[in-house]
Design a protein around this ligand. Sequence first.
Ligand code: SAH
Length: 265
Amino acid sequence: MRQKHGQNFLIDNNIANNIIKAANLERDDDVLEIGPGRGILTKIMQQQIKHLTAVEIDKSLFQQLNHHFSFRNIKNIDILNTDFLKFDIPNTKLKIISNLPYNIGTAIIQKILPLSNWTIAIFMLQKEVARRLAAQHGSKEYSYISIFTSYYASCKVLFDVSPRCFNPSPKVMSSVVKLTNKLSKQPSQIFFDFAKHSFGMRRKTILNCISSFKDLGKNQAIQIMNNLNLVTFLRPDKLSISGFLCLTNEIEKYTNPCPEKFRPS
Ligand code: SAH
């Protein structure tokens, strides 16, 4: 049976401590936790920082955790019973720590990374997804989410975690990653659109990816490749993030909604 809300609770205290250590918490930190569950990370972190906001979708877990802290009259924590994907992230300087619900891990990452108010994020997710976040061009894990991640953050895989450290055990290995905000400004929408389009057809050449993007066609695609001195048989997984950025700049010149006669020849 599929687990509701990707619930695999961490039961290994050493791993919990190592996740928290990776965030270099300080007394005046504000931390956001996504999916505190039974609170293994929550209960340790709360003692080390100024304030913790924890967002839990599951009503019964929320109630148990709320009871744990209110019973002890602990005040530096707000537990909210809501879906993180619909949650308005507070606009204060934050560290983010989470053993992510794996079924929506990349959606959560795409919600957080473009924001400028987080500094460090420590996430546990499936090993395979962690490798994709950190992948460089030329590797088989390099994909759209690698480009998205590396545009906004530097990403380091810290350590792997065995399924035995959870209850119930997930079917996959997990990894902990550390992301540091690069504070990049928002790129043009075409950058991400084109990267997504290209990785949707990763076995095709970049020439094919450009020709089929926004009706550019083969002739314009060849011109764009020539302008940048790119070889026509290059595939998307060999193109670095800066390569994608240059290509986007060039593509934009050809996709501007200006009349045909003013287009670059
Ligand atoms: N942090 C805990 C639980 C991890 S399991 C631990 O390490 O043991 C993932 C947690 O995320 C579960 O508690 C699950 O209920 C919660 N969750 C799943 N989807 C969520 C969502 N959309 N918003 C907030 N919490 C969510």
